[in-house]
Design a protein around this ligand. Sequence first.
Ligand SMILES: *Cc1c(COP(=O)(O)O)cnc(C)c1O
Length: 479
Amino acid sequence: MNFISTRGGAPRASFAEVLLAGLAPDGGLYLPESWPQFSPDEIAAFKGLAWNEAAFRVLSRFTDGSFAEAELREAIAAAYAGFDARPRPQGWRQNTPPARDIVPLVEIGKGQYLLELFHGPTLAFKDIALQILGQLFARALARRGGRATVVAATSGDTGSAAIAALGGLPNIDVFVMHPKGRVSDVQRLQMTTSAHANVHNIALEGSFDDAQSIVKALFADADFARDVSLTAVNSINFARIAAQSVYYFTAAAALGVPVTFVVPTGNFGDVFAGEAAMRMGLPIQKLVIATNANDILVRALNEGVYAPGPSHATLSPSMDIQVASNFERALFEASGRDADWTAAAMADFARTRRLALPSAVLQSLRDRYSAFAFDDAATLATIAAVKSETGRILDPHTAVAAAAGRLIGPRLAEAGTGAAVILATAHPAKFPDAVAKATGAPPPVPPRLAALKTLPERMEILPANAVLIKRFISSRLTP
Ligand SMILES: *Cc1c(COP(=O)(O)O)cnc(C)c1O
């Protein structure tokens, strides 16, 4: 399988090249040259399948030519060995748990299901993509030779998932910068208690935006970037999209009815994985984009103009994003894969911070997506309502999607046209303050988090200064 750039100015690349590069050299995002196709029989066969086998059936279509079958299977097994949705007796071993044990599907009301994606090592859905990305990354790197330095800025979830995925892997050093004092205690501990020598935490004396501009400055210093083999594992990496498309297949096949997926959305990576599944042949009725007060995507879909508004700090911080990088992929597809138009539109947008969507592009987006925004009050009310009706506690990101799913699901069920599947992206214990505000009590702490408080923390407190950060990175690289 070969990959092309949404801006049409990059040479075709293999899966391994796309994995190691992240962004295409013309500034565009990689997509497969053509989407792999699954027949209705192949799709029905996902029902009841072992998770690892489902992941293999989807990922192998993309990795073909870059990874041998046995190598991919081994990477998948290593990636998902640390997921445990079901409490298991001590010493219990099952090499091939069914998908429902990795990403459980739970009915919470008429026509409404939760798809729980938070049973990995850091209790957020980012583990599902980053764990396999880490495994494949290490293998691709071993073949290419040399080392790589991964640098990430995080407002919380990405940093811990990257550390859990890359900690202890050979030939990789990982540096994660978080804004000092501005992540939750749980999020900080998940990062700073890693015992792996190749993990380096920086508590930056500055904001998340400062951290992000420093990462950009590091990449912009071509000599430094080359000397340390700088690379990124953020959500524009196509390997993450491919890995996330797997649970759309397993959930739709498990229900066997037309499904509307409701996706708590920030950078548009997760919901675009749904579009990827659709383009591979999976029958999905609609993809519902659910956002918090940062509603640029809702305005784009409803009004036809993509333009960032003021940035709001909300109870669902991982979705406090104005410009959603992965939206470029949806625009490219909606334009009929017109790379010239996409490149011009993105250049225009970078200059004017405003993009009026042509009516054909808008129509194509509306055929596939609808969008809703909910504020913090609605988020809290949804957490409270679901708790009192079902006993289940939602995290604030999931609650944003559930607010939409609770409106849509019953209508679908009554019309006999399927069900709404709400993607549950984080464990409530990661956001105890929001849960306490909604329900009057913090959620119970799962064993994975309880243990963190007893471990020693390692982090370096540094000023928000790119020169000092570069010096720190060079001094800590594994020789
Ligand atoms: C990252 C994240 C999201 C948003 O996902 P995107 O792929 O960026 O749209 C939603 N919920 C949680 C808990 C997250 O960590």
